[in-house]
Design a protein around this ligand. Structure first.
Ligand SMILES: CC1=C(CCC(=O)O)c2cc3nc(cc4[nH]c(cc5[nH]c(cc1n2)c(C)c5CCC(=O)O)c(CCC(=O)O)c4C)C(CCC(=O)O)=C3C
Ligand SMILES: [Fe+2]
Length: 394
């Protein structure tokens, strides 16, 4: 016996369940009117040197919809659905909502829940996969908000694990892809269908350092690129999405066997000379074989049909399909699907010890990569100078 845990075990450790007194739903945030658009985009790109022409281009996407991103209303709806599920289970945990980049900001939410007398907070983040943007950035921004609210040391902030392969996330995506393939068949365009799983492109360097630097508990090595069958580079970020996509295709194969699929990327920004994950969805659509009769697009990288879906997929990608005369269906994200809502509360119940002394729920996962770590190692998704975070191993 050694007195220190090997890094492998520390990285993958399941923390002891504990009692929490409220939940914080942590969202991205979006503008809710024309006057919000530029201040919002400045918030999102703060300190990143995103060129003005890119801001203008993105502003135009929002302007087209009256300056309103659907994301805040989607998170209000998700919060209401989670409240109903908590009520149904008699869990008695109130839910607060805060965003990284728009009102209500994390700082507002932390002040509010503290003023209401809460001290132990379990955070639910609106992203399923591991990356700087999808996990660590939320943890850093919550640590900063804690400081800004003057509540450091007053509040415990723990976070539910990334849930890409939890049944609550996978099942609605299976139903959606199945629905899309059925729709193509009904149109008579299903003879030679293809499924594209779309996710946010990120810089390749960020993808390479996504997730922990150590192998998984079962020995699965860190995916660094180079040859293994189950990934093609891109770190855990790509590996998780490929694993989920393969699982979804396996699940629909009873009705739709041998449908080819690919993982594609959208919404890249930044300096064009810096490599980001490829292929871009539009180029991938153009490169589909002539024989393809129909395309299903599943925005598996997102949890709601927000602006990146409404613009980059429904506007741009579907237009690319139209240009080449390809029949296409963009299927929904998990949104407020009852299975997703229930799944998020299952994740809470993995961590939360209720007053009735009932044992915490088992940790479940549908791919060999999961169940993902409850607590991130200190260098998880770290590709730049370290900032304080919540929910990481000390
Ligand atoms: C991985 C990932 C997710 C998924 C995980 C998650 O959901 O968190 C995500 C979600 C979202 N991204 C969103 C919006 C934006 N993302 C931007 C910029 C960027 N995203 C990045 C990555 C991700 N982004 C990256 C590497 C950048 C480059 C610059 C930077 O490192 O900052 C920019 C700036 C302009 C531009 O460069 O395009 C905007 C406006 C919205 C809101 C949509 C709405 O309003 O409905 C959502 C949900
Ligand atoms: Fe983004």
């Amino acid at each position: 016996m050694t007195d220190t845990l090997p890094p492998l075990a520390a990285a993958s450790r399941t923390v002891d369940p504990a009692t929490y007194d409220c939940i914080l739903l942590a969202g991205f945030g979006g503008p809710e009117g024309q006057d919000d658009v530029i201040p919002y985009l400045r918030n999102v790109t703060r300190g990143r040197g995103v060129p003005d022409e890119r801001l203008e281009e993105v502003a135009h996407h929002y302007r087209h919809f009256g300056g309103i991103s659907p994301i805040n209303q989607q998170n209000r709806d998700l919060k209401a659905a989670l409240e109903a599920e908590i009520e149904k289970r008699g869990l008695g945990l109130p839910i607060y909502w805060g965003n990284r980049f728009w009102e209500p900001y994390f700082t507002d939410a932390l002040k509010e829940l503290h003023a209401d007398g809460h001290r132990r907070v379990l955070v639910l983040v609106t992203t399923a996969f591991s990356s700087y943007s999808g996990c660590r950035a939320y943890r850093e921004d919550l640590a900063t908000a804690l400081e800004e609210a003057g509540l450091t040391g007053e509040l415990v902030l723990d976070k539910v694990r990334q849930y890409f392969d939890h049944p609550g996330f996978v099942e609605p995506n299976v139903d959606a892809v199945r629905g899309g393939l059925r729709e193509l068949a009904e149109r008579g365009d299903g003879a030679s269908a293809h499924v594209m799983f779309a996710t946010h492109s990120i810089p390749s360097s960020a993808a390479d350092v996504s997730g922990p630097r150590e192998a998984l508990p079962d020995g699965t090595p860190v995916p660094t690129g180079g040859g293994e069958e189950w990934h093609e580079g891109g770190g855990w970020y790509v590996a998780q999405q490929r694993a989920v996509a393969a699982l979804i295709m396996d699940r629909v194969s009873d009705e739709f066997p041998d449908v080819p699929w690919s993982l594609v990327f959208q919404s890249r920004s930044g300096d064009p000379r810096v490599p980001w994950l490829e292929p871009d969805i539009n180029l991938a659509i153009e490169a589909l074989p002539e024989s393809t009769t129909g395309l299903v697009i599943s925005p598996v990288g997102f949890v709601s049909d927000h602006m990146e879906v409404a613009w980059d997929l429904d506007n741009e990608a579907l237009e690319t399909c139209e240009e080449r005369g390809l029949s296409a269906v963009r299927v929904p994200t998990v949104g407020v699907d009852p299975a997703f809502v229930a799944g998020l509360i299952d994740l809470v119940e993995e961590r939360h010890v209720a007053g009735d002394g009932e044992a915490p729920r088992d940790r479940v996962a549908l791919t060999s990569l999961g169940p993902w770590q409850d607590v991130c190692p200190t260098d998880c998704c770290l590709g730049r100078a370290a900032k304080p975070t919540i929910a990481s191993a000390e």
